[in-house]
Design a binder for this molecule. Structure first.
Ligand code: AMP
Ligand code: MN
Ligand code: MN
Length: 314
């Protein structure tokens, strides 16, 4: 915590980024940190860099100022949040590399240390929870609290996943006391789906197939199917969670195409299988029960590689 504060105090220009396909925790943590720094040190320049974010997060403070194209700037300090490897913040990696000091804050078990300083707590439910450890809660404003709460809500599946601890709930309670509209945040950023998102979910459920006596469920959406529906990558968020709650399923796998020609693999486990170890074998990472990686080839070829690894653990 001392180093976190000292590094912020010493820096005049500060960059913040998170992983590609930013989720609620990634967006929430980046914007919460920017909000905190710009309130405490209005004289400092603080820029957040992320790929375009989904509309439901635009109400968060600072969302409108997120930069999607790297500026030609050398930052004194760069924070990398919710992210454990360079390929995950690839669009902005040159900015991070050029910065004088890199400070990583994360909660992925696969994080093996990155940058000059790295705080990666795999017991924390979200990067936003790690930020609650670092930022004195009495200094958290309503706007900052909204960002932190959003991140925690998303990474815990609304306080439902096994990563939710007493500490998570205590922090959530503290954030509620700041006056945030918690039910609105949960409904509008987590549960509400656009018509197109629901169509994508429906198509993915129809495409799904069971393996190993129904203990593994796999599905995917091709670029053609996404185009037909008018869906963009962020429209598939949440599909994997519906696959996971299929009765009898131990592990769920969801595949969709990435811009770089690769295939995004999302995996979820209900307990028996450590999907982080499988994702790491294919160059990805994540948590024991929720992990991902990028693979190449047809959906069928990818399933053929993944299924034996999952079966080994069942
Ligand atoms: P997702 O399936 O994209 O929701 O990701 C599940 C978890 O795994 C999240 O905590 C991600 O940050 C992490 N994750 C997903 N893809 C990767 C990857 N290629 N490398 C490292 N971690 C990943
Ligand atoms: Mn994330
Ligand atoms: Mn996270």
């Amino acid at each position: 915590m001392k180093e976190f504060m000292e590094q912020i105090e010493c820096a005049q220009t500060i960059g913040i980024t998170g992983h590609i396909h930013p989720d609620g925790d990634c967006i929430g943590s980046c914007l919460a940190l920017r909000q905190y720094i710009s309130e405490k040190y209005p004289e400092k320049q603080t820029d957040v860099y992320l790929e375009p974010i989904s509309d439901e997060f635009l109400f968060l403070s600072g969302a409108g100022q997120i930069l999607t194209i790297p500026k030609n700037e050398k930052y004194d300090l760069f924070f990398v949040l919710d992210c454990s490897s360079e390929d995950r913040f690839e669009p902005f990696s040159s900015l991070v590399r050029n910065a004088d000091t890199v400070f990583c804050i994360d909660h992925h078990i696969s994080n093996q240390g990155m940058g000059n300083y790295c705080i990666a707590d795999p017991k924390a439910s979200a990067t936003c929870e790690v930020l609650c450890d670092l930022i004195p809660l009495e200094e958290v404003s309503l706007k900052c609290a909204e960002c932190l709460y959003t991140g925690i809500v998303h990474d815990t599946g609304v306080f439902k996943h096994s990563n939710t601890t007493k500490k998570t709930m205590i922090y959530a309670g503290e954030l509620l006391e700041k006056g945030i509209h918690h039910s609105k945040i949960i409904d509008e950023t987590f549960f509400q789906k656009t018509y197109v998102q629901n169509l994508a979910l429906g198509r993915a459920l129809l495409n799904s197939r069971l393996f190993c006596d129904g203990t593994i469920i796999c599905s995917g959406l091709s670029q053609e199917e996404l185009d037909q529906l008018g869906a963009v990558p962020s429209d598939v968020n949440g599909i994997i969670d519906q696959l996971r709650v299929t009765k009898g399923a131990e592990t769920a796998v969801f595949l969709y195409p990435l811009k770089n020609g690769g295939v995004k693999v999302s995996m979820r486990s209900n307990g028996k299988v450590n999907v982080s170890s499988i994702a790491q074998e294919f160059g990805g990472g994540g948590h024991i029960l929720a992990a991902g990686c990028t693979m190449f080839g047809s959906f069928e070829q990818i399933e053929k590689q993944l299924l034996p690894k999952i079966k080994e653990q069942l």
